[in-house]
Design a protein around this ligand. Structure first.
Ligand SMILES: *Cc1c(COP(=O)(O)O)cnc(C)c1O
Length: 464
């Protein structure tokens, strides 16, 4: 299996190279050259496998010859052993055909652990094999940085620099990052929003003078993350009767990585059904689906900060698909975005997307009302991101078709928003409560690429 760029102008590379790189040299994102296929019998068989067994069956189709199966399985076992739920991703029946897929039982209590626990181990495996080093530069709205640091801390072959928007992550999220004192980890509080952090990251990845550091991404532009996330779509669809019956998914969406993994699982023939993009007030994707115009506006702060994003990197992967895999078309749209501040989908692209995706915008108040309603009905406490997915699922529920809402974070990560919805604070897992009294370490920088670049050069040369 080889990987090609969404902008059509980069040499194809193998999975291990994709995993330890960032953007393709032409500025695009890597995509599998073809969609691997699961037969109906293979999908059905996964319904009763353990999560690691299922992960091996799905992921070997993306890793191809690049990683020996025994090494892949070792990494998978080690990654998912750290999850507190034995099923890794438990599927909870909420009644009326709505199911909640709990993805927050990993070490940092957000779904990003599912991919980053594995990515850290696979990167370590790859770098040991090649004798190279990598420098991870990441931008986070909270959860990616936390999960990346937890997946990569202490590794001798990897340096990790994570930017978060100063004051815009929840206190728990910040402390999960800034209390990590491993020598290979640095945190930067950037005086800006998440999109500023992501723009700096992309500028650094495009800076040839930094290439010799082996810059690698842990954001969902890294295909290995998307690949890892396809697994729970396949397993949950299989458990609910796919591919013999349709299954829909409602996905709390920010950078479009998670829902794109759902699209990938659909293209692998794991299930047929609709993919519901659930957004908060930062509704660029809902607007794009409704109007055909992709046009970022200012970021609004909400109670679901991991979705406070206006520039959804992975949408480019869907554009590539919708454009019939014509990289020149994607490059043209990205040029429009840069020069005009927006781009317009062609009618064919709009139809391609509308054939599979719907979108629902859910406000803070609606999310809070959902948290309160579910708590009252069942005693279950949702976090705001998961609540947005559940609202979208109930709005889009089709008769006779099960829908899976992805629960992406543990409520304790967003305790303030939860408490204001239900008047009591969510129970704090001991590991999160222990953060309260730990010292923090981070540096504050302006939202300027040059400042971050200088910091990185000092870090790599051992001067910070
Ligand atoms: C990252 C994140 C999301 C959004 O996922 P994307 O892949 O960026 O669309 C939703 N909820 C939580 C809790 C997250 O951490």
């Amino acid at each position: 299996m080889r990987y090609i760029s969404t902008r059509g102008d980069a040499a194809p590379i193998a999975f291990d190279a994709v995993m330890t790189s960032a953007l393709a040299p032409d500025g695009g994102l890597y995509m599998p050259e073809t969609w691997p296929q699961l037969s109906a019998d293979e999908v059905k068989a996964l319904a009763t496998r353990t999560y690691p067994e299922a992960a091996l069956q799905v992921l070997k189709r993306f890793t191809g010859d690049a990683i020996p199966l025994s090494d892949l399985y070792t990494a998978i076992i080690a990654a998912y052993r750290r999850f507190e739920a034995p099923e890794v991703a438990p599927l909870v029946d909420m009644g009326d055909g709505v199911h909640l897929l709990e993805l927050f039982h990993g070490p940092t209590f957000a779904f990003k652990d599912v991919a980053l626990q594995l990515l850290g181990r696979l990167m370590d495996w790859g770098l040991k094999k090649s004798g190279k080093r990598a420098l991870i530069v990441g931008a986070t709205s909270g959860d990616t940085g936390t999960a990346a640091i937890e997946g990569l801390r202490g590794l001798a072959s990897v340096g990790v620099v994570i930017m978060h928007p100063r004051g815009r992550t929840s206190p728990v999220q910040r402390k999960q990052m800034t209390t990590v004192m491993d020598a290979n980890v640095r945190n930067l509080a950037i005086e800006g929003n998440f999109d500023d952090c992501q723009a700096i990251m992309k500028a650094l990845f495009a800076d040839a003078s930094l290439a010799h550091y082996g810059l690698a991404a842990v954001n969902s532009i890294n295909w290995a993350r998307i690949a890892a996330q396809t697994v729970y779509y396949v397993t949950s669809a299989a458990k609910l009767g796919a591919p013999d019956r349709q299954i829909d998914f409602a996905v709390p969406t920010g950078n479009f990585g998670d829902i794109f993994a759902g699209y990938a699982a659909h293209r692998m023939s794991a299930f047929d059904g609709r993919l519901i993009v659930a957004t908060n007030e930062n509704d660029i994707l809902a607007r794009t689906l409704a109007t055909g115009r992709y046009e970022p506006r200012g970021v609004v702060e909400t109670t679901s900060p991991s979705m406070d994003i206006q520039v959804s990197s992975n949408f480019e992967r869907l554009l590539f698909e919708a454009a019939g895999r014509d990289g020149a078309v994607v490059a043209g749209l990205m040029d429009d975005l840069k020069t005009k501040g927006h781009f317009d989908l062609t009618p064919v692209m709009r139809a391609f997307i509308a054939a599979r995706f719907d979108a629902e915008r859910v406000t803070k108040d609606e999310a809070a009302a959902e948290i309160a309603a579910v708590y009252k009905a069942s005693g279950m406490i949702l976090d705001p991101h998961s609540a947005i997915g559940l609202v979208a699922a109930s709005r889009r529920k089709r008769a006779g078709v099960p829908i899976v809402a992805l629960a992406t974070a543990h409520p304790a990560k967003f305790a303030e928003a939860v408490k204001s919805a239900i008047s009591v604070p969510p129970p704090m897992p001991a590991r999160l409560a222990a953060l309260e009294n730990l010292p923090e370490r981070y540096d504050t920088l302006p939202a300027e690429t040059a400042a971050v670049k200088a910091y990185i050069e000092a870090f790599v040369s051992g001067n910070t």
